[in-house]
Design a binder for this molecule. Structure first.
Ligand SMILES: [Ca+2]
Ligand SMILES: [Ca+2]
Length: 251
């Protein structure tokens, strides 16, 4: 006769469930072969595609290390409408919005924002994702997901290395240039509570790309309210990528 555990689950069934949970945890720890798949193969050299920006402000780069150019667009200029078109111009072309790059809990998030740049300048473009619950009250609501995924990254947003970010109550993000070094920075429109918003900029870093303790600028913004100024201050890709269709001259 099996022993009834509190809650009515019999012990053998509970052990089976525990075993399943453990196996699932080990799967995730080992890099993940769930329905979102694993990260792209580890790069053995620089990308085959030279990253560049189009006249309309899109970024062309190979973000998933399959040798084919991908196109990154963000007509919102603040992360909410970012989308990546993988394998652009081929039969395998597929467009993934920010929500599809977030993670397996994306369906439960009220908002998802993303930004793409090579924050650590290793040649591979990286993905920042913030996602969570909208602000609603005096107290800031922190995002449930705030991560830098160091590239290459897959069409489900999977990468080999993830850096957790401390961005505060942030929904709107963009790539920016604050200190005019070669590392892209991240600008974030952040709720400080009691109806006050501020701009926080995280500076790109050669070792971590961005990190919780990376140098930051914080600027108060006049009461613009829930929606940030557009574009966000110092936002733009142009300091970091050459225009497409130009070639650096030798010498
Ligand atoms: Ca690609
Ligand atoms: Ca990178």
């Amino acid at each position: 006769m099996s022993v009834r555990a509190p809650g009515g689950t019999s012990r053998p069934r509970r052990l089976t469930r525990t075993a399943f949970l453990l196996a699932g945890g080990l799967l995730l720890l080992s890099g993940g072969e769930d329905r979102l798949g694993g990260p792209p193969p580890r790069p053995v050299g620089p990308p085959a595609v030279t990253a560049c920006r189009t006249r309309s402000g899109d970024l062309i780069a190979d973000v998933d290390n399959d040798g084919l150019p991908d196109r990154i667009t963000d007509p919102s200029h603040r992360g909410g409408l970012l989308a990546v078109t993988f394998a652009v111009g081929t039969p395998r072309e597929t467009t993934v919005p920010a929500r599809g790059l977030a993670d397996r809990t994306a369906g439960r998030q009220e908002y998802v924002s993303a930004a793409v740049a090579d924050f650590d300048r290793d040649g591979w473009n990286d993905l920042v994702v913030v996602a969570g619950q909208e602000q609603g009250g005096d107290d800031p609501v922190l995002p449930r997901v705030a991560e830098l995924r160091l590239g290459p990254f897959s069409d489900t947003g999977r990468s080999r290395r993830t850096v957790p970010l401390d961005l505060g109550a942030t929904k709107d993000i963009a790539v920016a240039d604050y200190d005019h070094d070669r590392y892209p920075d991240l600008t974030a429109y952040t709720y400080a509570g009691d109806g006050t918003y501020e701009i926080q900029a995280r500076l790109g870093d050669p070792h971590t790309g961005l990190s919780p303790d990376t140098r930051a600028y914080t600027t108060d913004v006049p009461a613009t309210g829930y929606d940030p100024p557009s574009p966000l201050p110092h936002a733009g890709l142009s300091p970091f990528y050459p225009p497409c269709g130009t070639r650096a001259r030798a010498g």
